[in-house]
Design a protein around this ligand. Sequence first.
Ligand code: AHG
Length: 337
Amino acid sequence: MTKRISLTQYLVEQQREHGHIPAQLRLLIEVVARACKRIAISVNKGALGEVLGTAGSENVQGEVQKKLDIISNEVLIEANVWGGHLAAMASEEMDTIHVVPDRYPQGEFLLLFDPLDGSSNIDVNVSIGTIFSVLRKVNNQRGVSEEDFLQPGKQQAAAGYCVYGPQTTLVLTVGRGVAVFTLDREQGSFVLTAENIQVPEDTKEFAINMSNQRHWDAPVTRYINECLAGKEGPRGKDFNMRWVASMVADVHRILTRGGVFLYPWDKREPDKPGKLRLMYEANPMAYLIEQAGGQATNGHQRIMDMVPTKLHERVSVMLGSKNEVQRVTDYHRESAS
Ligand code: AHG
């Protein structure tokens, strides 16, 4: 029988070997994984658990909240608030940060999450997920504010996501490659199923919401038109298109078999840099993709170099197979010069 390595064993062994997962970070990752198991149970129940549909409220960005958005947010907060590993949390679903109350010890980490990514897919039984990012609290004073969270993605101590699909899969980086864990439902534990995964440098698959085509700017239009031109076009090969409309599922496919994901700035709301959130979606995904040998930019610069100016900052996102991301980034540079 193949030896099964649990998430706990993986973290302990990684720490022993490389010393990069201190006790509080290990606890944090295990608690997030446990919360994801609880969210997976609610997702699986669907209509039977009365968790489908909208909650009748909006988040700080004016988006309609689904019942499962709120449930997942509460599960993550409840699970993480008392362990002593965190100073505060921030979520796509909350207006401002949630500071660990004084009755609990304050930890050295900050946790950010999109509790349930792909909300439009909840009611139609298509893969959705939880995305998380971990930062260190750099300021040593007691007390924590939003400013403590405004760190560039390259300072992340860990990042990951959990996809609730045909399988429940946790994907994690602590800065030494990307590991994949699959939930064993009988045992109730995440088991290591792939390690050091690599995104192929080239691909023939792209992911973009094509219905926004008329709103894109020139470099994105050029890149996608060349893909669509296939064998007869300048790329000399046929491309395939996939769009799940859950970033977790699209990124998971790219981590598994390569591809490029784009959610670019568009002309519908010119003042908005993009749809996706820098701190809850783009940074953690960029960290995973880079750790797997891929690349992530906003068309102009590396996503993880961007210094956020506010918690709910949005960003244009291009990530995945290195050579494709480089190409579309070059097209932006050429069009600017
Ligand atoms: P949300 O965080 O509201 O669930 O948004 C989902 C995101 C992302 O997961 C996905 O790639 C994208 O929005 C889909 O956008 P479209 O609806 O424009 O396709």
